[in-house]
Design a binder for this molecule. Sequence first.
Ligand SMILES: [Fe+2]
Ligand SMILES: [Fe+2]
Length: 184
Amino acid sequence: MKTHKAPAGKATESPVIEVLNKARSAELAAITQYMAQHYGLDDADYGQVAAQLKLIAIDEMRHAELFAERVYELHGLPATEPDLKAVKGQKVQEVPGFDACLEIKAIADYNAFMQLCLQHRDGQSAKLFETIIAEEQAHLTYFENVRDHIQDLGAAYLAQIAGGPAEAGAPAQGFVASQGKPAA
Ligand SMILES: [Fe+2]
Ligand SMILES: [Fe+2]
C-alpha cells in the first residue's frame, strides 16, 4: 500500500533525494543496456545468457521503482533520465566484462550513498541501498563467472552456451513449435 502522496508544486530537494535520484538514473541506464544486450545476444543465438540478462534487467526495473517510491515518500520527484546511453552491438565476449564494470560501479556508488543517508540520519534510505547492493552483488557474481569462463575456456565455453531458449523459465521448444505450428 502506498503511504505517500505525489508532491504538489516544487519538489523538496535534499542530499538524500539527490543520491536516490542518482541511483535511479543508473538503474534506468542499466535497464536499457541489459535489454539491448538481451536482444543482441538472442539474435546471435546465445539464448541462455540472453535469458539471464532479461531477468537481471527486470531486477533493475524493480530497483528503479524502489528508488522512485522512496523519493516520493521524501516528497521529491523521481529522476526520469538514464545516466548513460546504452552501448549497442556488443559481442558476447564483451558483454559480461562490461556489465561487471557497471555492477562494480553501482556497488561502490551505492555504498557511498548509503553512508550519506546514515550521515543524514535516514536509516530507511540507507537500508534500501543495503538491500539493493546485495542484489547488485548477485548480478556481479554472475557476470564475473561468465566473463571468467569465456576467458579460461574460450570457444569451448561459447559453443556450450550457444543455442537454447532466450525466454527465462520458458520450456525449451523446437523451431516448428516456436512458429506456432504443431510439431510432428
Ligand atoms: Fe540495480
Ligand atoms: Fe545490477
